[in-house]
Design a protein around this ligand. Structure first.
Ligand code: AOS
Ligand code: ZN
Ligand code: ZN
Length: 386
């Protein structure tokens, strides 16, 4: 028998961080379809993120991406967020958009380029100090395209050196989250291609270096929940970049392509006590053809639904079935939870928190979509083609 009050309480404590770049225009390398009303600066991105929190109640922070979100006064940006009931979350670095980075950034064969890349990462920590952010998220586009292009082991050494420098600069309570990705933009080797490589670097650095699992960064068929379980057991899961993929790193709405996978991941998180831990639940998405704010609201709701289902798993019954070796009964316990329609429960949770039961409808009724189209003329791309 599930304790519904406990499930609701857990759901109320959930926090999903939304990414600033998801509010701006984005696209593929073929075309960016500009949308009217998109933010013209980081302050407006924060304002949109505040709308997501206002309607869902569970999106209290927004991640920055530097230099896309470069401002003159980061403390002012943090104050602006606080005024809107939000805080600045993870700071994401960008060492992939300069010509200098053709052969990589922190793994580049030229020490001068490596110094430039590390300088940028250190600047990101300065920004964290100014905004009060806890986490620095590192994703490197480093790698090679052809066998023999560079020395794989030398590149790992350079990476380790750069990470150690940045880790040493972190303030107390700040963390380094290292994100891995199988391929792209490099097509032969990637310097941080998988959780094992990221984990190995984190182990050398120290306890505040953690791995980020972006759900779009694996080979098809990879059992992501297994990776989650192992990293949580080691105390090294820093957080998630949630999104959906059908083919590669598609960055579609979380829970859109494979809601069952999202449920299986959240089942491992809940089982390991992750909801009450320091695991960061972030979205990393781009909304190329759909309206951005409603798509982010939908993604947050999808994460909530997967979480609610994971919380509804009858864990004592599951443990009994597992101990008895009853394969079918154990599987049935999980599938029963997954098959539960949790939408009425989530509507209740929202109403009990003084929110509209339907965040999508609440956003539509707020008039914000019309207001930003009228007020914001000349919205900027998120950065990919800036
Ligand atoms: C890139 O594929 C990664 O998912 C990173 O998290 C990246 O920094 C993010 O998508 C913002 O561009
Ligand atoms: Zn990511
Ligand atoms: Zn990605």
């Amino acid at each position: 028998m599930t304790d519904l009050a406990a499930v609701k309480a857990a759901l109320r404590t959930q926090a999903v961080e939304t990414p600033s770049w998801a509010y701006g225009n984005s696209g593929t390398r073929f075309k960016v379809f500009a949308q009217p009303g998109v933010p013209r600066d980081p302050f407006e991105k924060v304002a949109d993120a505040a709308k997501v929190h206002e309607t869902t109640g569970v999106a209290p922070s927004v991640a920055l991406h530097i230099p896309w979100d470069r401002v003159a006064d980061y403390a002012a940006l943090a104050r602006h967020a606080a005024d809107l009931g939000l805080r600045i979350g993870t700071v994401n670095s960008n060492t992939f958009q300069d010509d200098d980075y053709r052969l990589g950034s922190v793994c580049h064969p030229d020490a001068a380029v490596r110094r430039k890349a590390v300088g940028h990462l250190l600047e990101c920590v300065d920004i964290m100090d100014a905004t009060g952010s806890r986490d620095l998220k590192l994703w490197f586009a480093d790698g090679t395209n052809y066998p023999g292009q560079d020395d794989v082991r030398a590149r790992q050494e350079r990476l380790a050196e750069a990470l150690a420098q940045v880790y040493g600069r972190l303030g107390e309570g700040q963390r380094m989250l290292l994100e891995y990705k199988l391929f792209e933009p490099s097509f032969y080797t990637t310097d941080v291609p998988d959780w094992g490589t990221a984990f190995a670097h984190c182990l050398r650095l120290g306890e505040r270096a953690r791995v980020v699992v972006d759900t779009g960064h694996h080979a098809p068929g990879t059992n992501i929940e297994f990776i989650v379980a192992v990293l949580m057991r080691e105390g090294r899961l820093g957080g998630f970049d949630f999104n959906s993929r059908f083919y590669a790193d598609d960055d579609l709405m979380a829970g859109a392509a494979d809601p069952f996978q999202l449920f299986r991941i959240m089942h491992e998180v809940v089982g390991a006590g992750g909801l009450a831990s320091d695991v960061a639940f972030m979205l990393d998405q781009c909304h190329n053809i759909e309206a951005k704010i409603p798509a982010i609201i939908r993604s947050v709701m999808n994460v909530q639904e997967a979480t609610a289902k994971a919380l509804l798993v009858d864990r004592p019954a599951l443990a009994r079935a597992q101990a008895a070796g009853d394969v079918l009964a154990a599987n049935a316990v999980l599938m029963d939870a997954y098959a539960t329609d949790v939408r009425p429960l989530l509507r209740e949770v929202r109403e009990e928190s003084g929110l509209h039961p339907d965040p999508v409808a609440a956003y539509a009724a707020s008039g914000w979509a019309g207001r930003i189209v009228a007020e914001r003329v000349g919205g900027r791309p998120a950065g990919w083609d800036a």
